[in-house]
Design a protein around this ligand. Structure first.
Ligand SMILES: [Ca+2]
Ligand SMILES: [Ca+2]
Length: 833
C-alpha cells in the first residue's frame, strides 16, 4: 500500500507541476488570491487538470504519452524557474536555522496536520479496497471505457467507437485526469479510475482547509473544517458506487465555493482578468460534473434575488456574474455543442439502438435529495444522533447568546448552498426523464457540505463559549494560567464529543467501506484472468454479450473488445433487456438465439459474480456448458467465455465426454453409504469406441453397512417444451449382480419428485418405487421419446408438467461388494419446440 500511496502522491505532484506556471501567471495579482501554499497546491492540481483537458479536447491527437511526458517535464522545469528565488531563500533560511521561528512552527504544524488527515483518509479508503480487483462494474466500467478511447485516439473523440456507436456528450474533464494518470501508473485503466478517484476523495480534506480560509477563518480554525471532512462527514468517503467524476470534482467544488464566497465578500469591482479566471475555473468544474456548475449558478441567482429584495438594488454582481458564467460555458462548449447537435436522435444521442425503450426517471419523490441527505448522515445511529445534536445545539447556542457575528457568514453561505441544492433537486423532479441533466443524487451529497459547515460552525461557537465561560469561572488559584487551562479544558471537552466519530472512522469504517464497495465491486481474479487471456488470444472482431451487472462490462478497457452493451443508453435496448432476462430465467430458446444474432453477438461472457443489489440474477454457466449451440472458448474458475455457434435450438444438452477433465461441464459427483467410488473420463469404452464417462462404485461391507452408491448429477434447463427427450449410451455390465442397480433419475430441484429409470433387475434397489421404468438391457443406446419422452413419463407419474429446471442423475448402486463399472456416453437432452 505504501508504494500505491507514493504513486498517487506522484500523480498529485505532477499535476501541481503542470498547473503551477499558469496559476502563477493568472492568480498572482488578484484580490481573492492571497493564497497560502496549501491553497496554491490545491489550485495547481486543477489548473494542471484544466491544461490537460484543453490538450485532450483539441482534435490534434496531442494527448499521447510522448507529448504528455515532454509537457510535464517542461512544466515542472518552468515551475522551478519561477520559484528559484523562493527556493534559494528557503535554503538560506534553513542554513541560518531561523526557519522554524515560533510563528512558522505553528503554521508548519497545521500544514503537517492537514497532510496527516489527508493521508489517514487516503489510507482508510485504500485499505477498504485492498481485496478488490476493480471497482464498480457499472460506473467504473463506463468511465474506464471513456478513458480507453481517449488513450486510443490521443484526444476526446466524438464517439466511443470502435466499442460503441454512441457519441460522447458527457463532459470528460475527469477522464482526462484518469488518462493522464494511466501514463504514469502501471495499472489497468479500471484500477487507475478506482485509485485516482480515491485520491481525489482524500483531497477533499485539503480543499476543506482552502474553503475554511476563504470563508475568513484563520488557519487553526480552518483545520477544524478539514477535520470535519476527514473524520466526521460520511461524504465524500462513502461514495463507493462509482460516481468517479463527481468525486474528482468534489475538492474543486469546495475550492470554487471558497473563491466564490470571497468574491461575494470583497468590496469594489473585480477586473475582467479576475472574472475570466474564475469563470474558467468554474467552467472546468462544470466540465468535470455539470451539477457543480449548476449549483454555483443557482447560488449566484439567489444572491442577486437577495440584493433586489432586501437592498432594493440591482447589484454590481449582476454584471460580474454574467461575465463569470458566460466564460464558464467555454470549457463546456465542445460538449454543449454535441449535446445540442445530437439531441434530435433517439435517446438524444447518436448510435443508440433503434429499439431504445426511453429514459426512465431516477427521481421518485420531490424531496428525494433532502431525504437522502438526512438518511445518509452516517451509517451508524449514534453518529447520526450526534450530528443532529451538533446542529440543533449550534442553533440553540446562537439563539441563547444572540452573538452570531463570527459565524454569520458561514451560516448564510451554508444555507444558500443548501437552498440551491434543494432548488435543483426540486427542479430535476419536474424535468422530463429524457432531459436528465440535473441530478438529484448529486444534490443530495452537495447538501452534506452544508451540514459539514454547520458542524464546523458548532465547533467554533462551542469552543468560544466554553473557553469564555471557563475563563470567567475558573477558581482564582489558577488565575495566572487561566487562558492556557481554559483552552486545554475546552479542547478536552470538545474532544470528548468527537471521540465516537474518531472511533467509527478508524475502527469501523474501513470494514463498512469494504462492504459498501462490495455491492458493485464484483470482479474476481478469475474474471480478470479471463479478460487478460482474451486480450492476447481472442479475435479483435469478437462482439461479446455481457450481463449488465457483471465483470464483463470491463472487457472494453481491459481486453479491448466490443461488448453488448457498455453501461450507457444502449442498455435500454429492448432486445438486449429481453435477452438478458431470458438468460437469467435460464431460457435458451429460438428467441434467445435470434436476439443474440440480431445484436451481432459472437461470444458470451459469463462472470463469476453478479452485483445483486438491483434485483438482477446471475447467468449460470450450466446453461451454456454442454449446449452444442455454444462452444466453450476458455474459462478460469467460474468465469467463462463461450462462442455462439448456433446450430440447433432443439438440443439443450449434449455431452460426448471428448475432453479430459470429467467435471468440465459441471457434472457433480456424490455418494451414499460407505464404500469406494470414482468418476473419470476414459478412452475407448464409449459410443463407437470414443471417450466416455466411467463411474466405479464398491461397497465396503461392515456390520451396519450393506450398500454404496456413487453417481454424478447435473442441472438441466429446458424451455416450455411439449416434448423433452433423453438419450444416452450405457454400458453397465461389469460387477452387477444380486440387487446391484444402475439408475437414471430425473428430479425436480427440491428432489421430492423423481422419475426413475433403472437397469433390468426385478429385485433391484427401486423394486418398490412406484412408476420406475425398467430398461430391457444393460448395454447399448437408449432413447426416451414419443410416448416414452420425459414430458410424458413425468405427466403420467406426477400428473403435472415436467419442470423447466430439473436434475439429471446417473447413479450406480453396489450391494454385493464387487466393483461396479459403468460407462456413459452421448448424453443428450432435446426438446421439440
Ligand atoms: Ca464419446
Ligand atoms: Ca457389484
Amino acid at each position: 500500500m505504501l508504494l500505491l500511496i507514493l504513486k498517487l502522491l506522484l500523480i498529485l505532484s505532477l499535476l501541481i507541476g503542470i498547473g503551477e506556471p499558469l496559476r502563477f501567471l493568472f492568480f498572482k495579482r488578484f484580490k481573492f488570491s492571497n493564497l497560502d501554499p496549501i491553497q496554491v497546491c490545491m489550485l495547481d492540481v486543477y489548473v494542471g487538470g484544466l491544461i490537460l483537458y484543453v490538450v485532450a479536447v483539441l482534435p490534434f491527437k496531442l494527448f499521447n504519452s510522448t507529448v504528455i511526458l515532454c509537457f510535464t517535464v517542461l512544466s515542472i522545469f518552468l515551475s522551478f524557474i519561477i520559484h528559484l528565488e523562493t527556493l534559494k531563500e528557503t535554503a538560506n533560511m534553513l542554513k541560518v536555522k531561523n526557519f522554524v521561528t515560533r510563528v512558522n512552527r505553528k503554521t508548519f504544524s497545521i500544514y503537517v496536520l492537514v497532510f496527516v488527515m489527508f493521508t489517514i483518509f487516503l489510507v482508510i479508503n485504500l485499505f477498504s479496497v485492498t481485496n478488490f480487483v476493480f471497482g464498480s462494474v457499472r460506473d467504473e466500467s463506463i468511465h474506464s471505457l471513456y478513458v480507453q478511447v481517449i488513450l486510443e485516439n490521443g484526444h476526446i473523440p466524438l464517439t466511443l467507437q470502435p466499442y460503441l456507436r454512441e457519441g460522447i456528450i458527457y463532459p470528460q474533464a475527469a477522464h482526462v485526469i484518469f488518462a493522464f494518470s494511466s501514463y504514469f501508473l502501471s495499472m489497468e485503466i479500471p484500477q487507475v479510475v478506482l485509485y485516482i478517484t480515491i485520491l481525489f476523495k482524500a483531497l477533499a480534506v485539503v480543499a476543506a482547509f482552502f474553503l475554511g480560509l476563504k470563508l475568513g477563518f484563520d488557519k487553526s480554525y480552518s483545520v477544524v473544517l478539514s477535520f470535519v471532512f476527514a473524520f466526521i462527514s460520511s461524504w465524500p468517503l462513502f461514495i463507493t458506487w462509482g460516481a468517479n467524476p463527481f468525486a474528482v470534482g468534489f475538492p474543486l467544488f469546495l475550492v470554487c465555493l471558497g473563491l466564490f464566497s470571497s468574491l461575494l465578500k470583497s468590496d469594489g469591482r473585480h477586473g475582467y482578468a479576475e472574472l475570466l479566471t474564475l469563470g474558467l475555473l468554474f467552467g472546468y468544474l462544470g466540465a468535470i460534473i455539470i451539477s457543480y456548475l449548476q449549483v454555483l449558478m443557482v447560488i449566484a441567482f439567489f444572491v442577486l434575488i437577495y440584493y433586489v429584495i432586501v437592498k432594493h438594488e440591482v447589484s454590481r454582481f449582476l454584471c460580474e456574474f454574467v461575465v463569470i458564467f458566460c466564460v464558464s460555458l467555454l470549457p463546456l462548449s465542445p460538449f454543449l455543442y454535441r449535446f445540442f447537435v445530437l439531441y434530435q436522435y433517439p435517446g438524444h444521442n447518436i448510435g443508440i439502438p433503434s429499439d431504445f425503450m426511453g429514459w426512465k426517471s431516477q427521481q421518485l419523490t420531490i424531496t428525494q435529495a433532502l431525504q437522502w441527505a438526512f438518511n445518509n448522515l452516517s451509517p451508524y445511529i449514534l453518529l447520526q444522533v450526534l450530528v443532529l445534536f451538533f446542529i440543533v445545539a449550534f442553533f440553540v447556542l446562537i439563539w441563547r447568546t444572540r452573538d452570531y457575528g463570527d459565524v454569520k457568514h458561514i451560516v448564510t453561505f451554508a444555507s444558500v448552498i443548501f437552498v440551491s441544492a434543494m432548488a435543483l433537486s426540486f427542479l430535476s423532479f419536474f424535468l422530463p426523464a429524457d432531459f436528465g441533466i440535473v441530478s438529484w443524487g448529486h444534490q443530495g451529497i452537495i447538501m452534506s457540505i452544508t451540514i459539514n459547515l454547520l458542524i464546523f460552525a458548532f465547533y467554533i461557537k462551542a469552543a468560544k463559549i466554553v473557553s469564555k465561560w471557563l475563563k470567567n469561572h475558573l477558581p482564582h488559584v489558577v488565575f495566572n494560567k487561566r487562558l492556557q487551562i481554559s483552552s486545554v479544558l475546552t479542547f478536552i471537552l470538545l474532544s470528548l464529543v468527537t471521540v465516537p466519530f474518531l472511533y467509527y472512522r478508524l475502527a469501523v469504517d474501513p470494514l463498512s467501506l469494504q462492504g459498501a464497495y462490495g455491492v458493485y465491486g464484483v470482479t474476481t481474479v478469475d474474471d480478470y484472468d479471463l479478460m487478460l487471456w482474451m486480450r492476447e488470444n481472442l479475435s479483435r472482431n469478437a462482439v461479446i454479450l455481457v450481463h449488465p451487472y457483471e465483470a464483463g462490462l470491463f472487457i472494453p478497457s481491459v481486453s479491448h473488445h466490443k461488448i453488448v452493451f457498455p453501461y450507457s443508453g444502449s442498455i435500454l435496448s429492448r432486445r438486449y433487456q429481453t435477452v438478458v432476462g431470458l438468460i437469467e430465467n435460464k431460457t435458451m430458446n429460438v428467441t434467445t438465439y435470434e436476439l443474440m444474432r440480431d445484436l451481432g453477438v459472437s461470444h458470451v461472457f459469463v462472470g463469476a459474480q453478479v452485483a445483486w443489489s438491483e434485483g438482477y440474477f446471475m447467468w449460470v454457466p450450466e446453461l451454456f456448458l454442454g449446449n452444442p449451440n455454444f462452444k466453450l472458448v476458455k474459462n478460469f474458475g467460474r468465469a467463462y467465455l463461450f462462442e455462439l455457434s448456433y446450430t440447433d435450438p432443439n438440443i439443450v444438452f449434449l455431452d460426448d465426454f471428448e475432453y479430459e477433465v470429467w467435471d468440465r461441464n459441471l457434472w457433480q459427483g456424490f455418494s451414499v453409504g460407505q464404500g469406494l467410488g470414482n468418476v473419470s473420463i476414459t478412452e475407448a469404452y464409449g459410443y463407437n469406441g470414443s471417450n466416455c464417462l466411467k463411474i466405479t462404485s464398491k461397497m465396503l461391507p461392515t456390520v451396519w453397512n450393506w450398500y454404496y452408491a456413487y453417481g454424478v448429477s447435473r442441472e438441466i434447463f429446458v424451455s416450455n417444451a411439449s416434448e423433452v427427450r433423453l438419450s444416452f449410451y450405457l454400458d453397465a455390465t461389469q460387477g452387477f449382480s444380486g440387487k446391484d442397480t444402475f439408475a437414471v433419475l430425473i428430479s425436480n430441484v427440491y428432489r421430492n419428485q423423481s422419475l426413475v429409470v433403472a437397469t433390468n433387475n426385478p429385485h433391484g434397489v427401486y423394486e418398490n418405487y412406484a412408476g420406475a421404468v425398467v430398461l430391457d438391457r444393460s448395454e447399448g443406446f437408449f432413447e426416451f421419446k414419443g410416448n416414452q419422452s420425459l414430458s410424458v413419463l413425468w405427466q403420467e407419474r406426477f400428473n403435472s408438467t415436467l419442470p423447466n429446471q430439473f436434475i439429471l442423475e446417473f447413479v450406480s448402486w453396489d450391494l454385493d461388494g464387487t466393483d461396479n463399472v459403468v460407462y456413459i456416453d452421448n448424453v443428450k437432452i432435446n426438446e421439440t419446440l
